[in-house]
Write a protein that binds this ligand. Structure first.
Ligand code: IVH
Length: 687
């Protein structure tokens, strides 16, 4: 029997580790439901024993009192800035400068670490005996502001290091006595866009770019506002380290920090040839830079050897041993030829610019977003204007502002149309919202967008079906609602230009294959406002089927972690609509979304029906998620802990405590091979 304290510690360690897998590595090893179960147990135990709650418990990310100002914090040593280099000449000049200061023997064999320059907000985090005790902004480099309460809400900021799997505790994993690290808080581009879109829909203020958004979110006096903001952390420098061996290079520093469980950027490279550094800087701006999930305004080049860094020191606020290679702003000026409207999936009418083609950051841009009516009016953007256009990363290019000094007098003020450009129905602007909507729920443009989403990879994943096919099938009247996808007549498709026997057969097969997607995928595909992959998974792991979800009362939905009141209401409203119920019936009649194997097999006839599995260790070919999916597809259940109710323990390499427990309880232990055999020969599992 373990004591309450031991159980608390075990739960915290497990949650810390799984949160790290999820928020830092982006690679969870257990389901959300299993994670929630651990979380609920911890909350229950802590509320029964409030005296045992510790500040580094994962439950303690919730902010407390609101403050009226931030306290000042003195940094243990100056938090330096960086000098910039634009272009290879300036890079060479930087190298010439520091080489002169080094004795000849140190000039040879220099290594360089090159890191993305994250466009965020510099922060300084202090850990005492592995516990996060203080978080500050950079401020003027000497003194910053105490934003500890806000930083505690950022899930990738470890509250305790080292973070480690529950079974890896040991004397070699001791926390350093004192550690001060520096990093950058940022917001991923996709989260930023999602947030802005939501704000826009709600008629609230939007932010100009992810950096302003991250800075504004972190510097909230009420940390309860920060909690809901998508903020993340990358760390890249040790300011102070006591009670642990000091790394000798930047490369070792990053490895050490990564090992402690800090988030460390994954595109960092080390070079030992200067020419390779320069070539990399030149090519990176055209390629990788645009594929990062966050905005980077350049690269940082650092001399790897920390002793050499120390020796070179700094001038003013800039170290001599590092430099920022910056790319010119990705802005250009062009003419705004016209403003058109794009109809969104939910009927929003989104104005966008038709531009005279222009090169921005190496890409030709012809369209750019104009956000909404208010944006155009407030900036006084007119058709015919010369406009500044910005493109950053994967973000859709945007019109920043007009250049009124270049007006000829021929420019026209634009008016938001009061009819949907696709179907001619009335357009309305809800009070308090920035967006206009088309009121016609049968609007063909909305339907095309809904189909595009339904067939997409995260939803029903119908290969060979995209917006082109959606437009064509809607225009021809083959598809009038989402369910019609499953009632397409191949004979009529064959009559279409460019649709040969093979293409039609492939498309029909892809459509048929999508019928077996699990219910969570179907739920995502339906496009209910606010119900994306994560929410859909959470709802389905709670309810198991769309029928059960459709019957769920509002209060019950709200009680599910991660489902707020607005979202819960959206879901209830969606299922209450007659046409949506009809849609679900029609999908069901076509056999869609059962999550079962093809040929309409009933669950009880599936080979693993009635069996409960626990997975542990590293399997030879399958990831845990894949193994889990495979078991579920064949009717089995997967749980997280071994008990006398476990039918089999599926064990791979380096299996730990679960293996011991299974042996103790006499639970049969199988390997991946055995599982595969069970699936192909159902009689061996039932006999
Ligand atoms: S190193 C003394 N590395 O860029 C070392 N800074 O424009 C100086 N930044 O104030 C910082 N990514 O806030 C470093 N990988 C990275 C960075 C980075 C972003 C920020 C940092 C700095 C600013 C200078």
């Amino acid at each position: 029997m373990s004591t309450v304290e031991e159980r608390l510690e075990a739960l915290r360690m497990a949650i810390r580790y799984h949160a790290y897998r999820y928020y830092v590595l982006d690679d969870p090893v257990i389901s959300d439901a299993a994670y929630d179960a651990l979380w609920r147990e911890l909350l229950a135990l802590e509320s029964a024993h409030p005296e045992l709650v510790t500040p580094d418990s994962p439950t303690q990310r919730v902010p407390g009192a609101v403050s009226d100002r931030f306290a000042k914090v003195r940094h243990p040593r100056p938090i330096l800035s960086l000098a910039n280099a634009f272009g290879p000449e300036e890079l060479h000049a930087w190298r010439e400068r520091f080489l002169k200061l080094l004795p000849e023997e140190l000039q040879r064999d220099l290594q360089y670490v090159v890191e993305p320059k994250i466009d965020g907000l510099s922060v300084v985090l202090t850990y005492e005996d592995g516990r996060f005790v203080l978080g500050a902004t950079r401020g003027d480099g000497e003194e910053g502001e105490d934003v500890t309460a806000n930083l505690r809400t950022v899930k990738s900021v470890p509250l305790r290091v080292p973070v480690q799997p529950a079974d890896a505790a040991g004397p070699d994993r001791q926390p350093p006595a004192r550690l001060v690290v520096r990093g950058e808080v940022y917001t991923p581009i996709a989260d930023f866009q999602r947030f802005n879109a939501q704000q826009e829909q709600a008629g609230e203020r939007t932010y100009a770019n992810p950096r302003n958004f991250a800075a504004g979110s972190l510097r909230q006096l009420d940390a309860r506002i920060t909690v809901g903001r998508p903020l993340k952390l990358w760390v890249y420098q040790i300011i102070t380290l006591e009670g642990a061996p000091t790394p000798r290079t930047q490369w070792e520093t990053l490895a050490y920090l990564r090992g402690l469980g800090f988030p460390v950027e994954t595109h960092i490279r080390r070079f030992d040839a200067w020419d390779a550094v320069v070539a990399y800087c030149q090519s990176w701006g055209q390629s990788e830079r645009h594929h990062l999930p966050y905005e980077a305004d350049g690269l940082v080049i650092k001399i790897d050897d920390l002793a050499i860094q120390e020796r070179l020191g700094f001038v003013g606020k800039d170290p001599r041993w590092a430099i920022a290679y910056k790319y010119p702003a990705e802005e250009a000026v062009t003419r705004l030829l016209d403003i058109k409207i794009n109809v969104g999936r939910t009927g929003t009418l989104n104005p966008y610019a038709i531009l005279e083609p222009v090169q921005v950051g190496g890409v030709t841009v012809t369209n750019a977003t104009l956000h909404n009516e208010d944006y155009i009016r407030e900036k006084d953007i007119r058709i015919g204007d010369r406009v500044a256009v910005k493109r950053a990363g994967e973000v859709i290019p945007q019109v920043l502002r007009p250049l009124p000094e270049l007006r000829t007098g021929e420019e026209r003020v634009w008016q938001m149309p009061d009819r949907c450009p696709a179907c001619g129905a009335q357009a309305v602007r809800a009070p308090g919202e920035a967006a206009w909507y088309c009121v016609n729920s049968a609007c063909p443009a909305q339907l095309v967008r809904s189909i595009e989403h339904f067939v997409s990879r995260e939803a029903m994943d119908i290969v060979g079906f995209g917006i082109r096919q959606a437009e064509l099938f809607v225009a021809r009247g083959f598809i009038r609602d989402l369910a019609d996808i499953y009632y397409l007549d191949p004979a009529r498709l064959l009559e279409l230009e460019g649709f040969g026997e093979k293409k039609v057969a492939n498309l029909m097969a892809a459509i048929a294959a999508s019928k077996t997607r699990p219910p969570a995928r179907l739920l995502t595909a339906l496009g209910i406002r606010g119900v994306g992959e994560v929410v859909a998974e959470a709802l389905m792991s709670h309810y198991g089927s769309l029928d059960a979800l459709a019957a769920a009362p509002l209060a019950e939905l709200q009680a599910i972690p991660g489902i707020g009141p607005v979202l819960a209401q959206n879901i209830v409203d969606w299922f209450a609509q007659e046409e949506n119920r009809h849609l679900l019936d029609k999908l069901k009649a076509a056999g869609v979304g059962t999550g079962q194997a093809p040929h309409g097999e009933r669950p009880e006839s599936l080979p693993l029906a009635g069996l409960t599995f626990v997975i542990t260790g590293t399997l030879p070919t399958l990831s845990r998620e894949q193994a889990k999916e495979l078991i579920k597809q064949h009717g089995g259940k997967v749980t997280d802990s071994v008990s006398k109710n476990t039918s089999y323990l599926l064990a791979g390499e380096a299996a730990g405590s679960k293996l011991a427990k299974a042996r103790q309880l006499g639970v049969p232990i199988i390997a991946e091979d055995d599982l595969r055999r069970m699936i192909q020969q159902p009689q061996t599992t039932t006999g």
